[in-house]
Design a protein around this ligand. Structure first.
Ligand code: HEM
Length: 129
């Protein structure tokens, strides 16, 4: 898994403030998406356990990607989103929610941009339309 880390500096994971900050950001991001009617077609028929599982996998993938001590056990991004028909405008809204969640946790601009760039890398695997 790609790590956004230079030899000379601390991992992005550490610069973000570690696990608790990543968990807070992902919680805020996922809560905002689930509260937005634009995304309601994705939540039908999913119980609490499935929602919690997806939330935890989102935390794990960001923790692992930023160089943290987590192991992502989920499916790759193409496999887990294929067939959902995620659109460009849904992607744009998703990126705004991620940026807002990073701001809410007061992540500095440099680290915010690095996280957004890591997430943006998934676009080609997630957006279908
Ligand atoms: C418009 C944006 C997105 C939408 C609508 C979306 C929607 C979904 C849905 C509906 C699932 C459950 C699929 C299933 O199991 O049936 C899922 C799984 C998942 N998504 Fe997304 N997603 C989006 C973006 C992202 C991004 C940016 C990330 C990573 C930062 C991400 C990470 C994950 C992970 C880790 C899983 C679980 C994979 C697994 O079950 O193994 N998603 N997503």
């Amino acid at each position: 898994m790609q790590k956004f880390q230079k030899e000379s500096e601390k991992s992005l994971y550490k610069r973000l403030g570690g696990y608790d900050v990543i968990a807070a950001v992902v919680n805020d991001y996922v809560s905002a998406i689930r509260a937005d009617p634009q995304f309601s077609r994705f939540s039908g028929g999913r119980g609490t356990d499935k929602k919690n599982r997806d939330l935890q996998l989102n935390i794990d993938i960001l923790c692992a990607l930023t160089g943290g001590p987590c192991y992502y056990m989920g499916r790759d991004m193409k496999t887990s989103h294929v067939g959902l028909g995620i659109t460009e405008s849904e992607w744009e809204a998703n990126m705004k929610y991620m940026a807002t969640a990073l701001d809410k946790s007061k992540v500095p601009q440099k680290e915010k941009e690095e996280v957004l760039a890591l997430v943006e890398n998934f676009k080609r695997d997630i957006v279908e339309k």
